[in-house]
Design a protein around this ligand. Structure first.
Ligand SMILES: Cc1cc2nc3c(=O)[nH]c(=O)nc-3n(C[C@H](O)[C@H](O)[C@H](O)COP(=O)(O)OP(=O)(O)OC[C@H]3O[C@@H](n4cnc5c(N)ncnc54)[C@H](O)[C@@H]3O)c2cc1C
Length: 386
């Protein structure tokens, strides 16, 4: 099964994504739904869901190369297609069987999407400052607030909303909110500078009522942290795909670039740069695989939900996103010098790839914030940890 999905993802990237590189670097009027449908029809959508839930059943470790293949073709599309990974995992772990049956299975059957709505204008990296409220009203929960960034929200089946308890401000909830609930309003689509084939929105929630059983079980902040672990690892995997594409562009360019009696390919400085790049890509991929194995091991435990609520953010997941983001950026920067003046023009897709890869150091916690988190949780002596 892994081989089928991996080959399918590679072919999809080759035939459906790579030829549309320029188009994917524009802010189109609407998402390419026909493209997503073909991904679904090829049996590739929701590749992480088990077969009896409508997917091919790959673990996170196998997902790393699948995502890398997709991101080789286009990182924005890869990101769009992997966002529902976290949203379905969170419902599977922390929701009731009924919620799973009502929302995740139909989403899988239709090749649909779900979205995370955590970040707010005053609470992105620091989700503890979340101002959106969840109030219990009889057997319903009422949500009010504004979510600054939520990828796929407009065309999602449901949103997972992080909210502060309206009566106990120190308590947080994660609530499953069907997209079509009255009061959910898309304020705008963000005009992003990279990853332009992904769709990120500001969303206002006004008196949105959902049945009380749409509340996921456990501390809402920890639930979000648990889900984001997988997302951080897969964001790392997208940078591997983009970095591989940058490397291949360098090789193509060097084969044609005349230098002395030969081409740039024969040049020792170029060889050293590309050798270094290959090592960086190898370590990035291995870090993704290692972190994915760690999380797969937790997910295989019968008490996975409780264990993740206990651990929250996994160091390996944070390390993966940060290392891959920084190393990917280094690779993109090295490459941009390699093409001479052309590297600074729109003649080559390098500008797109640079802007695409930059997202890894920003989403799901900026690097400075994550450095601080790692310091507080893992570097300080145990008795001083936060
Ligand atoms: C394309 C895109 C898609 C996104 N998709 C989603 C999504 O689907 N769901 C979702 O919930 N969010 C999403 N986000 C939001 C994203 O995760 C946040 O933007 C990110 O976590 C950074 O948070 P912020 O924007 O609030 O910036 P901040 O965290 O406020 O950072 C701004 C500056 O303040 C500094 N700073 C902040 N706190 C600290 C601190 N404690 N110590 C030191 N420095 C600090 C940062 O280093 C940075 O320099 C998306 C964002 C983008 C751009």
């Amino acid at each position: 099964m892994t081989h089928r999905v991996l080959t399918g993802a590679r072919k999809f990237a080759e035939h459906e994504l790579l030829p549309r590189t320029d188009e994917f670097d524009t802010l189109a009027d609407e998402p390419p739904f026909a493209l997503y449908r073909r991904f679904h029809q090829a049996g590739l959508a929701h590749w992480w869901l088990p077969e009896h839930h409508g997917g091919p059943g790959l673990g996170l470790e196998q997902s790393v190369d699948v995502v890398s293949e997709l991101a080789y073709g286009d990182a924005g599309t890869a990101f769009t297609l992997l966002v529902p990974y976290t949203g379905s995992l969170m419902v599977q772990l922390f929701g009731t069987d009924e919620l799973h049956r009502r929302y995740v299975l139909p989403m899988a059957a239709s090749g649909g999407f779900c979205a995370l709505a955590g970040s707010e204008h005053e609470a992105g990296s620091e989700l503890g400052r979340t101002a959106t409220t969840a109030a219990l009203d009889g057997d319903h929960i009422v949500l009010n607030g504004v979510k600054a960034f939520s990828t796929c929200a407009d065309f999602a089946d449901y949103l997972l909303v992080l909210a502060r308890d309206a009566t106990e401000p120190g308590v947080f909830h994660t609530v499953l909110l069907p997209r079509r609930t009255p009061g959910v309003r898309i304020v705008k689509r963000w005009p992003v500078i990279g990853l332009r084939s992904s769709w990120t929105y500001e969303v206002a929630l006004t008196e949105c009522r959902v049945p009380a059983d749409h509340l996921l079980r456990g501390n809402g902040l920890r639930i979000l942290e648990s889900g984001i672990n997988a997302l951080r690892i897969l964001i790392g995997a997208t940078t591997v795909g983009v970095a591989r594409r940058i490397r291949d562009l360098c090789m193509d360019y060097a084969a044609d670039k005349r230098l002395g009696d030969g081409t740039l390919l024969d040049n020792a400085v170029f060889a050293a740069r590309l050798g270094q790049m290959e090592i960086q890509i190898d370590v990035m991929r291995n870090q993704c695989l290692s972190a994915a194995r760690t999380l797969d091991t937790v997910l295989a435990r019968p008490d996975a939900a409780a264990e993740l609520l206990r651990q929250g953010t996994l160091r390996s997941a944070v390390a993966t996103k940060m290392f891959c983001g920084q190393t990917g950026w280094d690779i993109a920067s090295t490459a941009s010098e390699m093409f001479g003046g052309l590297g600074y023009t729109e003649e080559l897709p390098l500008g797109k790839l640079m802007r695409d890869i930059r997202y890894a150091s920003i989403l799901d916690g900026g690097d400075d914030v994550l450095r601080q988190l790692v310091y507080n949780r893992y570097v300080l002596p145990a008795f001083r940890r936060i």
